[in-house]
Design a protein around this ligand. Structure first.
Ligand code: T46
Length: 136
């Protein structure tokens, strides 16, 4: 099973622009403890290359686009984030590779926990071992 989902949020649009709302309870699957964003990524660069043991995340590409490759240790799927109303909800135990950033892309992440390097698995073989043994 691939532990992710896409949340589409409607825009509140007018001739002056578009507004998107993520409000407690209604559209947020967890309490947000941290927000970070990634920008100025070179088109041929790849980020991610890790899995999280516990962390849940919501990812939105604000402007531009990027691809999120998700891997559960058995199969892979690629999600293109290319609209501010398209939100990727990633649950724990998924390896991710983030690539094909367009020049103007900013990837914003809402996270369920504060930063903890011990929550990361940064080695793919180790990730496969963990998944295979049902450790994460
Ligand atoms: C993810 C993708 C989308 C911190 O000190 N605090 C933080 O909150 C974060 C996120 C990172 N760092 C440090 C850890 C590393 O020394 O910043 C450095 C770069 O982090 P990392 O190599 O993990 O960056 P990405 O872009 O590969 O991954 C980040 C997040 O770590 C990760 O959770 O899903 O963005």
């Amino acid at each position: 099973m691939m532990n992710y989902s896409i949340i589409q949020i409607p825009s509140i649009s007018s001739e002056t622009g578009c507004l998107f709302v993520l409000e407690k309870q209604e559209r947020l699957p967890f309490e947000i403890k941290r927000v970070y964003y990634i920008t100025n990524v070179k088109n041929d660069a790849q980020r991610g290359n890790h899995a999280h043991k516990q962390l849940k995340q919501l990812m939105i590409c604000l402007g531009g686009s990027c691809d999120i490759v998700l891997d559960n240790g058995v199969s892979r799927t690629t999600i293109t984030l290319d609209m501010p109303g398209k939100i990727l909800y990633i649950q724990p135990c998924l390896w991710r590779e983030i690539k094909n950033f367009t020049e103007n892309a900013t990837l914003m992440v809402f996270a369920s926990e504060e930063y903890d390097e011990n929550d990361y698995i940064r080695d793919y073989e180790e990730f496969k071992k963990h998944v295979g043994q049902g450790i994460i």
